[in-house]
Design a protein. Structure first.
Lengths: 181, 120
């Protein structure tokens, strides 16, 4: 699936592992004591899907994987792209593009495994941008068209490179009615 | 059992008989029901079989080959994840297992028979 070939695969794996290690360290650190005079911050993994950019709370990211073979399964809605074997566990792949009226990413560069409680699923993305720390006051209500379209977009961050939609994995994983209305 | 491109497992206790087809059969074709690709795979007609259920005798299923029985330990069976359930998985898809690296769908044929009769 990765068009960059074997060399690109190695680079992708190496990059993904580095990010996974970073995620593990961040989770281990947890909510360290914040000085009284420092505004609370939250940390997000930023990803791009086509022209949309999403910020996922770091605690809701289990792992970032290189693309793997996804098996399509029958009688599922279009946003369920299939399943794959993740460490011996059959894991669903949910396609955010199907909710967002954007074209499906046929050659995703990464699979981001989301987690909440005991629930897990992966979302294919065009690119993992990286980790970003955001002051809570920077998070605003989502754009009207996004809040109308997608229940799992719970906020937005107006960054230097444009708008980041804050994705709540809990809503995406738990709720079949991820489209509002 | 082989159903189109899929290998499918069902509870052996729910099956009354697996037999060659008869002209009078009007089965639900499991291979067709489970198809995810446009192209229908070529199947060996000689291996075609009809599955009769133990409880509901009014419904039969057409399969593309009977592969035999296999005992599965509980640890080998993965119930359908809550994510797939909440995202619209059909009620008759109850889990998965893997045999020789191949994903095997575990189905409840009684529920499938009911849903087909009710048109769900």
């Amino acid at each position: 699936m990765d068009p960059t070939g074997p060399a690109g695969d190695e680079e992708a794996k190496s990059s993904a592992m580095g990010l996974n290690e970073a995620l593990a360290v961040k989770r281990a650190l947890g909510d360290q004591a914040i000085a009284d005079d420092v505004e609370p911050e939250a940390e997000f993994l930023c990803v791009r899907l086509r022209d949309r950019r999403y910020a996922i709370p770091i605690g809701q990211v289990a792992e970032v994987l290189s693309p793997t073979t996804v098996t399509r399964v029958p009688h599922m809605p279009s946003h369920v792209r299939g399943v794959f074997n993740r460490h011996g566990k059959i894991t669903a792949v949910l396609d955010l593009a199907a909710f967002s009226a954007i074209e499906t990413e046929e050659s995703p560069k990464r699979l981001v495994v989301l987690q909440h409680d005991q629930l897990e699923a992966a979302v294919p993305v065009s690119e993992v941008i990286g980790l970003v720390q955001v002051r809570l006051s920077q998070i605003e209500p989502p754009l009207a068209h996004l809040s109308g379209e997608l229940a799992f977009v719970t906020g937005q961050i107006d960054g230097d490179d444009g708008i980041l939609s804050v994705l709540d994995a809990r809503i995406l994983l738990e709720n079949s009615r991820v489209r509002r209305g | 059992m082989r159903c189109g491109t899929w290998t499918v497992g069902v509870d052996a206790l729910s099956v009354r008989a697996i037999r060659p087809p008869r002209a009078s059969d009007t089965p639900i074709d499991l291979g067709q029901l489970l198809r995810v690709d446009e192209a229908a795979p070529e199947m060996d007609a000689a291996k075609r079989r009809i599955v009769e259920l133990g409880i509901d005798k009014s419904v039969t299923f057409g399969i593309d080959g009977a592969l035999g029985t296999r005992a599965l330990g509980l640890a080998e069976v993965q119930p359908l994840s809550r994510v797939l359930q909440s995202h619209g998985a059909p009620p008759w898809w109850i889990g998965t297992t893997q045999i020789d690296g191949e994903l095997v769908l575990l189905l409840d044929l009684s529920v499938l028979a009911s849903s087909q009769k009710s048109g769900a």
